[in-house]
Design a protein around this ligand. Sequence first.
Ligand code: NI
Length: 195
Amino acid sequence: MAIRKIAQLGEPVLRQIARELRREELATPWFHALLADMIETMRDADGAGLAAPQVYESVAVAVIEVRANPRYPGVATIPLTVLVNPRLTPLLSSDAGELAEQDSIFVYEGCLSITGLRGRVQRPRKVRVQAWDQGGAPLDFVWEGFQAAVVQHETDHLRGALFVDRADPKTLTFLREYERHVSSERRVVDGGAAS
Ligand code: NI
């Protein structure tokens, strides 16, 4: 295993559409090494998730994990989750075009590829996640709230989208100013993990 370099904003790989993986690729040493390295890289960088394009591999796989952190006791945890070729479907109370407030979660997001920046993003609060696991077995589950925000952030990476595309520009803030000016109460509610 190895910690890989994380592509930073402006690298073309972050804007490409990642190709889907074929089932037989999941059994290759190349894939096993990629996955092990992604998990190690995510943990080393204290990220909540990491998508393959962030380590310069334009393929549709993402890892997500939020471990209990004694410094942030109120923040939800997420067990290690590997998503191959994920597809998300927002679960909304109405399909009236615009995302309604009651169907939304607002999270201050960060990204390991946009070091030091945070911004508030509105996303669907509840999503159905369909994917393969690392062995190619089908996954189908529903995530809500902070977990839903994290999985949407990661699948955005697989389509060449970044949280700054979706953030309200007036909420963009550097990390030091975020710590100073976004109240700690608000941060717990809004999450705010980098992925
Ligand atoms: Ni990210």
